[in-house]
Design a protein. Structure first.
Length: 551
């Protein structure tokens, strides 16, 4: 990277730190951290937050909204608490690319005045602090996509979803980091640096919504509207112990999302929450569903499907998908799936082992071709315009799939394959009725959120367990399993396993596994439903959550 742009990066990172008031600055003793430090509890113990602020920030979004609407809590006190905690989180993990507490507090004060004068909240998010990922256009703030050359690009207006959240009463207080290009599972860029995992700073935070994942995990924001085109909501949620959902992409807005390739329409980006409960997940997904918010200008072609209230059957039939035939999940994930299946059976539900009806490596190759159908020429052009170096993780992904510009014939063939996979999946799902005892096909698939529970910085990431449900456009949620602990004795590396040589990822995942390094990492599982059945997916997720995380 040229000296000029190195200076831009230094100025950018210093600007975020300079926005932190002195009263929220951590003493040097808290910043002299071991490489593998677990910093999750630092906000509670550092002495900056009052007991009341700790109590506020450790509530879920739905709990806070009830108290904000009734006036039991003011938006100013809630916003100040989350701003303080966000400041602490950033100093420990480097999760922010913009921080504007004064602006947030002015918004919060106006919302308190509105409630006092009218007796009514402004909207369903009245007074709730909400962070925004870098790529969301927010009027008056920069959207960089992790590119140095886009540092000075300031949004002139809100993205459609941001406009809707603002009208619903959200208080924006920070924008969060994402990787250069948005196509890595590591949140790292030349512009903003590296975002660290709060459970172990030597591990990556996931991507591309890694800044969101860390800030929500550190409770510097109760919820985030994250984005996902290959796992970018679910993987950071998994690595940071958050709840999340990637809704059906056609049901949520995208206009106003920054991208170097806005004309790529094959696999559509989705938007959904990272948060702290299934109730939060449902509340937010319903809020951003296209139908009730169409007055805010959703782009043409979005499916304005009304939100439905559904209930879950008393007995679920769950398909257990343990291995995609490409990358073997690490030992703790294998154990978690088996133990979760047994808990569901013990609770009266049915669990049926399943496999996908296609070659998952072939599907991933097709997915990657559709991600980079121009050979990533747009992204390369943005980098070249500033002489910026491409991150190693992006290079690996491009090389692993021999990325090149597709001809029109090749693009048509890939789009045809995508349609074929959707038909195969629909027919397969319908066929599961012959294996269940409920007279229904399976209600959902339970599977890994990722092949790994965590990875060291600069480790290439495998997205097959998540990107499959992007090319299919199936809703997919993740939940943390709070009582599950990774154990050196229970989760040893299998010395007899011979990694597959048919792909570059299986050996990497197997060789990198170390139960000691990963000991503090959260365990997360993914629950997948059928396209446009987001409501059913959330209800099934709620049942599984109650089994694994009983109150």
């Amino acid at each position: 990277m040229s000296k000029a742009y190195h200076e831009v990066a230094l100025r950018a990172q210093a600007g975020v730190l300079d926005a932190i008031p002195k009263k929220w600055r951590l003493p040097t003793t808290h910043l002299e951290l071991a490489e593998n430090a677990n910093v999750v509890d630092v906000p509670r113990t550092c002495g900056i937050l009052s007991p009341e602020q700790i109590a506020i920030t450790e509530q879920t979004a739905t709990e806070l909204l009830s108290k904000l609407a009734s006036g039991k809590l003011s938006s100013v006190e809630v916003t100040e608490a989350f701003c303080a905690r966000a400041a602490i989180a950033h100093q420990l993990t480097n999760c922010l690319m913009d921080f504007f507490p004064e602006k947030a507090l002015r918004t919060a004060s106006a919302l308190d005045d509105h409630l006092a004068k009218t007796g009514k909240p402004l909207g369903p998010l009245h007074g709730l602090p909400v962070c925004l990922k870098d790529m969301w256009d927010c009027q008056g703030h920069r959207s960089t996509f992790g590119f140095v050359t886009w540092y000075d690009q300031i949004a002139e207006k809100d993205a459609v979803l941001v406009k809707h959240l603002r009208a619903s009463g959200a208080v924006f207080h920070a924008k969060t980091t994402m990787p250069q290009t948005g196509m890595m599972l590591e949140t790292k860029s030349n512009l903003w640096g590296t975002t660290h995992n709060p459970y172990n700073r030597s591990l990556l935070s996931g991507g591309s919504s890694g800044g969101d994942g860390v800030l929500v995990a550190m409770r510097g924001s109760p919820i985030s509207p994250s984005t996902d085109i290959g796992g970018s909501i679910r993987v950071p949620a998994a690595y940071n112990g958050n709840y999340s959902i990637k809704p059906t992409a056609e049901r949520v807005p995208r206009r106003g999302l920054k991208s170097p390739a806005p004309g790529n329409l094959s696999i559509k980006v989705s938007c959904g929450p990272q948060c702290h409960s299934v109730a939060d997940m449902k509340m937010f997904t319903q809020l951003i569903n296209a139908s009730p918010a169409s007055k805010y200008g959703y782009e043409p072609g979005i499916a304005t499907v009304p939100w439905r209230e559904v209930s879950s059957p008393s007995k679920l039939s769950i398909g257990l998908w343990e291995f995609d035939g490409v990358v073997k999940p690490q030992p703790p994930i294998q154990r978690a799936l088996k133990e979760a299946a047994q808990k569901l059976i013990d609770a009266g539900h049915e669990v049926i082992p399943v496999n996908m009806p296609f070659d998952c490596w072939e599907v991933l190759v097709t997915t990657r071709k559709l991600f980079f159908q121009t050979g990533f020429e747009e992204g390369k052009a943005v980098l070249d315009s500033a002489g910026e170096e491409m991150m190693a993780g992006v290079k690996f992904a491009l090389q692993a799939f021999n990325t090149k510009m597709l001809s029109v014939t090749e693009l048509f063939a890939c789009n045809n394959l995508m349609g074929k996979y959707k038909v195969q999946m629909t027919e397969w799902w319908n066929s599961t009725i012959s294996h269940t005892s409920t007279s229904r096909p399976i209600d959902a698939i339970l599977c890994p959120s990722s092949a790994v529970v965590g990875s060291r910085h600069d480790t290439p990431g495998y997205v097959g367990y998540t990107s499959l449900f992007n090319i299919l456009d199936y809703p997919a949620a993740t939940i943390p399993w709070e009582e599950f602990n990774i154990s050196e004795s229970k989760d040893p590396k299998d010395p007899s396993y011979n990694p597959l040589q048919s792909n570059p990822y299986d050996a990497l995942v197997h060789e990198a596994y170390d139960s000691v390094t990963l000991a503090a990492q959260p365990m997360s599982l993914q629950i997948v439903g059928r396209s446009f059945e987001d409501e059913e997916t959330i209800e099934v997720t709620a049942v599984i959550d109650r089994v694994l995380n009983p109150v």
